[in-house]
Design a protein around this ligand. Structure first.
Ligand code: IPE
Ligand code: IPE
Ligand code: MG
Length: 232
């Protein structure tokens, strides 16, 4: 079986999962954190090198204050509590997005987790936090313009490869497989540049119900694909 080197996931459906059970939405997010733990372990077992998960979009700041606050608390708690487990699993944690938007208490835990796990050599788990694909592209253009102004690069030399080095994801290969749960057939401003030739897999399962067997199903499905990149 071919194992995708990089899997990206839009972890969607936590609210619906909770609603179906008459529970508060945050319970869905908590159960979603369990799914992330299970999927991360399975990625390690399967030899996936990079796992990028959409945890919070810039648009998600529009949600009611109480939900945003609960999500930030959950994220902070997750980061703190997971460190021993990330170390045991040899996981290196990283983050992409406008991280300066996050509350201080959350940013501190995030940086601590990133530093503590920096030397690990197993799966790289990339959390997309306050992330927007369009914003990332705009930030990349700004960064290129600065370099041009400083005389470090010549505008005529800009191509896709040069541009990629100015994105938040400059250290990672493009995703091979994108998984979206809860049946939604859209990208929702995730990795707009990087997904150009990524294979997509949408399942109607809600994220809190998505566990190891579901990941294996997605990898098996990926193995049926023929990636042509526009060729024959
Ligand atoms: C995904 O679940 C998690 C975040 C966006 C933070 P949702 O909260 O979007 O759940 P649904 O889509 O309302 O069911
Ligand atoms: C995408 O889910 C963002 C995350 C999973 C963090 P949303 O629930 O925010 O996206 P839409 O509103 O369905 O497009
Ligand atoms: Mg949603």
């Amino acid at each position: 079986m071919t194992i995708p080197r990089h899997i990206a996931i839009i972890m969607d459906g936590n609210g619906r999962w909770a609603k179906q059970r008459g529970l508060p939405r945050i319970r869905g997010h908590e159960e979603g954190a369990e799914s992330l733990r299970a999927v991360l372990t399975a990625c390690g077992e399967q030899g996936v090198e990079f796992l990028t998960v959409y945890a919070f979009s810039t648009e998600n700041w529009k949600r009611p204050k109480t939900e945003v606050a609960a999500l930030m608390r959950l994220l902070t708690h997750f980061l703190k509590k997971e460190i021993p487990d990330l170390m045991a699993k040899n996981v290196r944690l990283q983050a992409i997005g406008r991280l300066t938007d996050l509350p201080d208490f959350c940013r501190r835990e995030l940086h601590n987790a990133i530093e503590t796990t920096a030397q690990n050599t197993g799966v790289t788990l990339v959390l997309a936090l306050s992330y927007s694909g369009r914003m990332e592209i705009i930030d990349g253009i700004q960064s290129l313009l600065r370099e041009i102004k400083l005389g470090h690069i010549d505008a005529a030399m800009i191509d896709a490869e040069v541009f990629s080095k100015h994105l938040y994801t400059r250290y990672y290969p493009d995703p091979d497989l994108l998984i979206r749960t809860s049946g939604e057939m859209r990208i929702s401003n995730f990795l707009l540049w990087q997904l150009s030739y990524t294979e997509m897999y949408v399942t109607t399962k809600l994220w809190p119900d998505f566990r190891k067997p579901d990941l294996l199903d997605a990898i098996r499905d990926y193995n049926q694909r023929q990636r042509r990149y526009g060729g024959l």
